[in-house]
Write a protein that binds this ligand. Structure first.
Ligand SMILES: Cc1ncc(CO)c(N)n1
Length: 197
């Protein structure tokens, strides 16, 4: 199973991306003021970029991968609406410019858009698996963050990540370079939100 080997063979890189101090700060409540809001605004940009990549991947995916990709695309549209509601409540300015790590991650998604389907699908699996594991590290989260952590660790999301793994495994190939690039982009994304606070 390529995806389980990709997890097994790069433990330090996965750890680095899923045990970031941003997440430990969410867990114990010591996250610097402003870091969370900065992160939310940047992630709203990111989810828009991810949806564009995913919609194109759906268009070129084999028949067996269509359902999981289509379901995920709908979830991303809902996630954008959720961010927009949050923005109203928290006074976020969603139109703020992309920070460099957000722009760089967007460029990685463009490269994956140009890659073949097995590599792109493995990349998408890594994107979602690292995100699930990261928020699981932060769980249950300090009181002010617990609702968010619950949203990003929901059983339905874990099921989606398993579905992406099965779809990627069915296509074969390991694509270690893609996974390591995704993990590096995740670390840079957390770093940026932390540093901007
Ligand atoms: C930075 C980042 N990585 C992954 C996901 C998963 O959707 C996300 N929303 N944001």
């Amino acid at each position: 199973m390529p995806t389980s080997e990709l997890l097994r063979d790069h433990p330090a890189a996965w750890d680095h991306a899923t045990r970031h101090r941003f997440l430990l700060g969410v867990r114990d409540g010591t996250l610097p003021a402003g870091a969370f809001d900065t992160w939310l605004v940047q992630d709203h940009h990111y989810v828009g970029d991810l949806l564009r990549f995913q919609a194109r991947l759906l268009a070129r995916a084999p028949r067996a991968a269509q359902a999981v990709l289509a379901g995920g695309a709908v979830a991303l549209v809902e996630e954008l609406a959720w961010f927009e509601q949050l923005a109203g409540r928290r006074g976020l300015v969603l139109g703020a410019p992309r920070l460099p790590a957000t722009a760089a991650y967007g460029e990685l998604l463009e490269r994956l858009d140009a890659a073949d389907v097995p590599a792109a699908l493995t990349g998408l699996w890594a994107i979602e698996r690292v995100y699930l594991d990261a928020w699981t590290t932060a769980a249950p989260g300090a009181q002010e963050y617990a609702g968010y952590v619950e949203h990003w660790t929901a059983p339905a999301f874990a099921g989606y990540v398993d579905g992406l793994a099965a779809a990627a495994d069915a296509l074969g190939g390991r694509h270690d370079d893609v996974v390591l690039e995704v993990l590096g982009a995740e670390v840079a994304f957390w770093d940026t939100a932390w540093a901007a606070a």
